[in-house]
Design a protein around this ligand. Sequence first.
Ligand code: ZN
Length: 340
Amino acid sequence: MSFNRRVRAAYEQIDRDSARRLAEAAITLEDQRFRGCVLVHLACLVPGSLVTVQSRLVDIGIDYPGELFWNSTEEARNGILAALGHRDLEALRVSHLLTCLAWIGDATVVDTFATWRASPPPWSAALGVPPHVYALSAGWELTPDGGRRDLCSEAAYRLDPTPSAAASPIVVAAPSTDRSPWLDRPLTILFDLPTALAPLDWLRLDTGRLVICTDDQATCFTFVHSTFDGRWANVDARPDYLGGDESWPALAQATLHLSPHSRSPLSAAWQVCEEGMSQLGGFPTWWSAAAYPTCPGCRRHMRFVGQLETSELLGEPAEGLYYAFVCADCRFAATGYQQT
Ligand SMILES: [Zn+2]
């Protein structure tokens, strides 16, 4: 077992009371890098372990990564809102504070984002996107009427290359008999899942199976939409720069093993391990900005189904992740990709 995996396993075995004591000890550490490392592992792998320290994190200026504040207390949220009221804030600090608010995501945050959408604060001019768009970094979006719509499930299930007695085999990246109309190469069935699987419960799919196909080369450059029965949806504009690269390695079909037990939904969110990130449900790992495709039917952001590490498909060191999304109402799926 690799060192990273042993670290992950060690944190996952800590009970919540011990984890809270560890968090109390961690925030007094002078070594900022070590302190940050312990805190982010606790935040992602032992949900609820930071609840007694979150408001003090704001006081001592720790506002990164925002995952530290997932499901945080009212006190910490008010501290962050107060910090955003200070003058002469740098854009990076504003960006970090907005990401923290997004991860808190309670009714006050939702109302505040709606207020800022209608009437942008002065500091928003220095941001690349309007403040409410930061909701995406924590897996939700602000609806047109000012509500919260979740794009991720709080239950995450590991997809592991190693078989275990209780895990269900899931075939991924199988070749399709259809060809890509853009690059004239075989399409790939990224996922073919029974909709009765526990990780899909929250999506309330009634189609029996969810088959998500993609052009594994094209989706490295743009979102590729498909129908629920694994067909090219023909709704995307081909990027001008997309060429057919004969040397591009095709994804190899693999069998992964779906854990019957859910794990922390943030297990993969902040690259705490850089392996073991293939999963169904939970929050995605973003190597760059959070990027959810838009549904071609209803124009809302699509919900996250799961992600696959290329290392588990190609047998090489982790380079990137393939993501799968759906809109259950319009019966569109989509795939995307980000690289480390
Ligand atoms: Zn839709």
